[in-house]
Design a protein around this ligand. Structure first.
Ligand code: PMP
Length: 389
């Protein structure tokens, strides 16, 4: 064999760590009878009327690109949705971009705001994409640990301690993946005060904003003085059970939106036209579906939190999203050992907490976007596993 370059892959990408979640799915995929509490997506199928609207759009021949920012009708519905649900007003013309999932919204946000070496504060435990997105945009992710003893709520002094002259933004996710922790208005206000004091942007990942169970949700953009420094990321994957449609959106002040649109138009052109017609229907007529799903998630959350505590895995009641994040420290196992042994011995897939960051160690993420029967069987197997240790 003739020699080639040792690798064609860039140094930056070679050094990127593969997602710790995927590794577990690959392991579980080769096994029979596995109950998965691993995946971060709704178990519901998208409502039929939404699927029908997408099919109808194809029947009518709507198969071309849309405007780069997305169908104007959809942006108008998003503006209406943000105003009604979250009390923030955005202009459909200059402040909203329809994206390929929240994922691409986060990507274009980072690429838009970061010059090489600029820092973004990433609060762990968090969604596994944030740090890689910052890195790929040429920035530096500065991680800070939300702690179990604070119910995984970041404390303002912890943020203050890592702000430097290079800090451009704080990446915030509430309700959080993987902890389910939701920040209330006062807690958001404290972070907002810091952002204003140090002239920082907040990238607010509010993808789980509809899936909240105890308190009313406050959007970061609804805090006084924050809309002008918030890049609000959301989408249809979780609230409307539309993960596979790949549709999200981002709302930001005109200057930032215009800049994000430059990247979006070159990199993606526009989001899927068919998916956009589905989303239009979801926003216009999907409210009862959301209410129904939230009711169901709340029931499941109550069940799983109580049962995990009963079998000895201490777990705070998460205010939103669809994840329980119990401590497994009483077992003496690391989160990787726990997840691997639970999968191999009892066929239950969960995600080890350390993949979400340092302070996730000692915990596992259990998604309760599964039927109650599945959850009951999973808890039974987990109890058996723990008793056998
Ligand atoms: N943000 C968070 C916190 C998530 O949990 C997820 C999906 N797991 C995403 C963003 C990505 O969502 P989308 O399907 O809209 O790209």
């Amino acid at each position: 064999m003739h020699s080639t370059k040792s690798t064609y892959v860039s140094k930056m990408v070679s050094e990127l760590k593969p997602s710790g979640i995927r590794k577990f799915f690959d392991l579980a995929a080769g096994m029979d009878g596995v109950i998965s509490l691993g995946v971060g997506e709704p178990d519901f199928v998208t409502s039929w009327h939404v699927r029908e609207a997408a099919i109808a759009s194809l029947e009518q021949g709507y198969t071309s690109y849309t405007a780069n920012a997305g169908l104007l009708e959809l942006r108008e519905e998003i503006a209406n949705y943000m105003k009604t649900q979250f009390k923030v007003e955005y202009s459909p013309d200059t402040e909203i971009i329809v994206t390929v999932g929240a994922s691409s919204a986060i990507d274009i946000a980072m690429r838009t705001i970061l010059d090489p070496g600029d820092e973004v504060i990433v609060i762990e435990p968090c969604f596994v994409s944030y740090t890689p997105m910052v890195t790929l945009a040429g920035g530096v992710a500065v991680t800070v640990q939300a702690l179990k003893e604070n119910d995984f709520k970041i404390q303002p002094n912890q943020l203050k301690a890592v702000i430097t002259g290079k800090t451009k933004a704080i990446m915030l996710c509430s309700p959080n993946n993987p902890t389910g922790t939701m920040l209330n208005t006062e807690e958001l206000q404290a972070i907002a005060d810091l952002a204003i004091e140090y002239d920082l942007l907040i990238i607010a990942d509010e993808i789980y904003a509809e899936l909240v169970y105890d308190e009313e949700y406050t959007s970061m953009a609804a805090i006084e003085g924050m809309q002008e420094r918030t890049i609000l990321v959301s989408g249809f994957s979780k609230s409307f059970a539309m993960t596979g449609w790949r549709l999200g959106f981002v709302c930001a002040p005109p200057e930032i939106s215009e800049a994000m649109l430059k990247i979006h138009q070159y990199a993606l052109m526009c989001a899927s036209t068919t998916a956009q017609y589905g989303a239009l229907e979801a926003l216009r007529n999907g409210r009862p579906d959301v209410d129904e799903m939230v009711k169901s998630y709340r029931r499941r959350r109550n069940y799983i939190v109580q049962s995990l505590n009963e079998i000895g895995l201490t777990c705070h009641a998460p205010g939103g999203a669809f994840y329980a994040f119990p401590s497994i420290e009483s077992t003496g196992l690391t989160s990787q050992e726990f997840a691997e042994q639970l999968l191999l011995k009892e066929g239950v897939a969960v995600v080890p907490g350390d993949v979400f960051g340092e302070s996730g160690e000692g915990h596992i993420r259990c998604s309760y976007a599964s039927s109650l029967e599945q959850l009951q069987e999973a808890v039974k197997r987990m109890k058996y596993f723990i008793d056998s240790l």
